[in-house]
Write a protein that binds this ligand. Sequence first.
Ligand SMILES: [Zn+2]
Length: 279
Amino acid sequence: MHHIFSIASPRNLLAFGGLASLWAMEQCRPFKASADRRPARWARNLFLTLSNGLIVNVFLSGLIVAYVVWLRENGVGLLNLTGCGPRTNVLLSFLFFDFITYLWHRAYHEVPALWRLHQVHHSDLDLDVTSASRFHLLEILLSTVFRTAMLTLWGPSVEAVVIFEAGLLAFAQIQHSNLKLPGLWDARLRRLFVTPDMHRVHHSQVRSHTNSNYSTVFSFWDRWMRTYNVEGIDQVKLVIGLPEFPRREDVTLKKILLMPFLSARGGAPPVEAPSEAAS
Ligand SMILES: [Zn+2]
């Protein structure tokens, strides 16, 4: 129980502190007006955030920390075998898990059965900080199984896991935010990090946009894997969401909870949008 509260409390503070402060900033300096009804959409996204958070933050996070401790005590995993120093452990683990998250995110787009789950996240008709944790519970649970397998392989320290999880959460919130960054900030920041402009392209209805920009923290994974796609795209013209579910009536809470099982497209990855959407 000690481990449950040692990780759950700071993570919850970071999650809701980030959510509240970015939400307040979005109201002062929004990038674009909403397409969906804001209160209803916020209620849907916050319902998913809270229900998933209850299971993942409070229950699973504690088990994962206990598992990471067990791996260390039993010498399981690459870093536990090599016995590298604490700072190297944090740095290498951050890079490893950020790249693994890139690959896993890409798999969610390229494997039809996984896309059925991930399309819930992409069906949001607007993008703001509440989109950051709008995931189907099955996607969260599946990602946890995958991450546990990677922890077993890699064997990071507890500190490395906590720092990566905090960074992942903070970057997910910032890149989904509907924030208009001043001047050239976005262009400068995305030389190294994933920014709101970069991730907004990933949520566009156009297929070539959706199937690009998979990185979460560092933008160089996309550049390296040739999936970086932001320069020259008119951010104001981007239509957010999925062409299969373009209306508010398509993305009610009931419909997004059932979406992985009832997808009209049978789970195929996103289709190419009409040519006018790409213009
Ligand atoms: Zn995605």
